[in-house]
Design a protein around this ligand. Sequence first.
Ligand SMILES: [Zn+2]
Length: 315
Amino acid sequence: MGNQTSSSAGPTPASSRYQSSTIPDSFFATTSTSSTSEKPPPYDTARHSSIKHADVSKSTWTRIVFTSSDQKYFSLARKDVEAHTGALIPEGRDLRGVTLPETSTTLSTLFEFIGAQKHPKLLNENFESLAEIARAAEKYKVYSAMNTCCERMRAFGDHHPKLVLLYAAYNDYPHIFDECAPRVVTSEKLEEFVPLLPDEFRLPWLRYHAIWSSALTEIISYKDIPADAWTKTCLWFGCWTECGGPIFHGLGAGVHSLNDISHIFTNLVESHTKKCESCKTLCTKWEAHASSVVEKIGVFTETCMTLDPLTKAKK
Ligand SMILES: [Zn+2]
């Protein structure tokens, strides 16, 4: 699953195979429209005060000015905003100016999705920028941006599985959650990760982790290890110190050891299996067994979300 060249010096922490990010873990959990503030642009004070108690059933303004956190202004046609977004204008108020907490960089890209024009594909955005745009798209329900952001976020699942999974969890993209779940369960500390999830995912995630733990037990207790695999007769050849020992040491990392099975059964023991045919045969079969056990774990939403924790009834 990992894509970094593994070292043969010892088990590689799974998380080191993924990229770090300046995006905080709580980034997608804080999505809320409550941060939208109703503040007119400075040059609009007089006119704004005149509509303070306007009849909100009909729009007074044909354009709305949005102010970014870095004090840049964006003027958009009200009809476009109303047609393409679901939560960009504070509900029930007829305003000409709205101040948003996002930067002008994020808003300028987001607003390219509003209106009858070609929309950006976001192919060149780095992860941090994309995450900002994706969160804003969900928060303000910029419908045409949501699908593009979703697909681009999905493409970052190999490098930023935890954040992409949390984005999927908070914005209802189960297929992306399922894709990232194996990488996350085998790289994040359970006790630190569970609190980051939405409430309804916490118990299912504990179930999911338990399934991976059972899989690890099945792999460790592989029955087809020859009785004499690591006995005294092969000690001179290093079969235990260079093969059996490193494998069990690697599996000792717990569920995280299953992040990259080939690292355990191939990379860690490569120097030995190149010269020992019996260990090479054993490791090849053991790795195939381990892979089949992991494949049987199944998809998170199908395996762990089928029981409603409150009703215990099938959804
Ligand atoms: Zn050997």
